[in-house]
Design a protein around this ligand. Structure first.
Ligand code: GDP
Ligand code: MG
Length: 162
């Protein structure tokens, strides 16, 4: 089964979107021990196409450097494992150095990457998303994981890439 990974810095809304994806489905969500301890796996489907989803996002206590290294590690694991990657960012925070760090890793990847600008809850925030072009990943999808707004277009594209 194809694997879709959701990556991004903490608090952008990855888990909210993940929970929406696996909602009311026979989810096999579990925490795997070892190097993958902070990853959650679930099963989802869209347009009749089933796929596995990985929600990344471990928390490490320590320096900013250690924290960034952990996020890098998770992104690298996701890149290895996944067939498609959703890179989530937060329109309220705008582009952060950690986003740039993740984007740098993803720009080298040959797999399909989908930039999802989350927390676009209102039409007025759509314009604020433009700055994410600066991440050098091309076009993006504006979504609101909480309401599901925009997620259909994103999932159409993700599923079509699998
Ligand atoms: P993660 O750390 O990337 O997994 O982020 P979470 O899913 O835990 O969400 C972090 C915070 O962002 C929570 O307070 C969510 O309720 C909030 N959040 C997630 N999606 C949205 C959204 O579409 N709009 C708004 N306004 N907040 C959101
Ligand atoms: Mg999370």
């Amino acid at each position: 089964m194809s694997i879709v990974a959701i990556v991004g810095r903490p608090n952008v809304g990855k888990s909210t979107f993940f929970n929406r994806l696996i909602q009311r489905r026979e989810a096999i969500v579990d925490s795997v021990s070892g190097v993958t301890r902070d990853r959650h796996y679930g099963k989802s489907d869209w347009n009749g196409r089933e796929f596995s989803v990985i929600d990344t996002g471990g928390y490490v206590v320590g320096s900013d450097d250690a924290f960034e290294a952990e996020i890098d590690k998770q992104v690298e694991l996701a890149i290895e494992e996944a067939d498609a990657i959703i890179f989530m960012v937060d329109v309220e925070q705008g582009v952060t150095p950690m986003d740039e760090d993740v984007a740098k890793l993803l720009r080298k990847v040959k797999k399909p990457i989908f930039l999802a600008v989350n927390k676009v809850d209102t039409a007025s925030k759509v314009e604020s998303a433009y700055e994410f072009y600066n991440l050098g990943l091309g076009d993006y999808y504006t979504i609101a994981g909480i309401s599901g707004s925009g997620t259909g277009d994103l999932l159409d594209a993700v599923v079509a890439s699998l």
